[in-house]
Design a protein around this ligand. Structure first.
Ligand code: PRP
Length: 188
C-alpha cells in the first residue's frame, strides 16, 4: 500500500456515492436539463462553474448535455464559515463574458448554508440574465440558513463531511472518483 492509499484508508470513513451511482445520477440530471432547455428552443446556454469544487461534476455533466452551450467559470471568496458575521462573497475571478439576456445555469458541487449561492445569485441577477438557474450535485438542506432551492440537484445528503468528485478537505481529495465521508478525526 503506498502512502496515498494509506492516507485514504486512515481518513475516509465510507463511500457514499460510487462512480456508477454518480454517473447514473449525472445522466438523469442531464436528461432533465436537456428536456427543460430543449423545450425553450434556446440558442445558447451559458454554463457557469463555481470554482473549484464544481469542476469534476461540471465536466461530466456538460458531456451529457445536448444543447448549444458555452462554458465559463467564476471564483468567489468564501465568507467566514461558521460565523454569523459573514458579509458578501467577493468575486476573485469573474466570468469572461457578459450574461445580459442569456440563459445561465450555475453549477455547484454542494449547497450547504446556501449563503454562497444567495450572494452569487444576487450578483449575477444584477446583470439581467434572461434566466438564471442552479444545478448542484449535493444538497444539505438541514444546514440551510437562507431560502435557496436548487433547480436541479443530484443527491440530498445529511450533515456529514464529504470529499471527492471535486469536493475537498483542505484542498485535498478532489480527485477521488467517488464521494466519501471523512472520519471526524481527520478534520477535528
Ligand atoms: C463550497 C462549495 C460551495 C459552498 C457551499 O465552496 O463549493 O461554493 O462551499 O457552502 P454554503 O452553501 O454554506 O455557502 P468552498 O468555499 O469550499 O470552495 P471550493 O469550491 O473551492 O471547494
Amino acid at each position: 500500500m503506498n502512502s496515498w492509499e494509506k492516507q485514504l484508508e486512515t481518513n475516509i470513513a465510507e463511500v457514499l456515492f460510487d462512480e456508477a451511482a454518480l454517473s447514473q445520477r449525472v445522466r438523469e440530471i442531464a436528461q432533465q436539463i436537456n428536456a427543460d432547455y430543449q423545450a425553450l428552443d434556446i440558442d445558447e446556454l451559458v454554463v457557469v462553474g463555481v470554482l473549484r469544487g464544481s469542476v469534476v461534476f461540471m465536466s461530466d455533466l456538460i458531456r451529457q448535455l445536448q444543447l448549444p452551450l458555452t462554458i465559463d467559470f467564476i471564483a468567489i471568496s468564501s465568507y467566514a464559515k461558521g460565523t454569523h458575521t459573514s458579509g458578501m462573497v467577493r468575486i476573485l475571478k469573474d466570468i469572461g463574458a457578459p450574461i445580459t439576456d442569456k440563459h445561465v445555469l450555475v453549477i455547484e458541487d454542494i449547497v450547504d448554508s446556501g449563503l454562497t449561492m444567495q450572494h452569487l445569485f444576487a450578483l449575477l441577477q444584477a446583470r439581467a440574465p434572461r434566466s438564471l438557474k442552479l444545478c448542484t450535485l449535493l444538497d444539505k438542506p438541514s444546514r440551510r440558513q437562507v431560502d435557496i432551492t436548487p433547480d436541479y440537484r443530484g443527491f440530498e445528503i445529511p450533515d456529514v463531511f464529504v470529499v471527492g468528485y471535486g469536493l475537498d478537505f483542505a484542498d485535498q481529495y478532489r480527485q477521488l472518483p467517488y464521494i466519501g465521508t471523512l472520519k471526524p478525526e481527520a478534520y477535528q
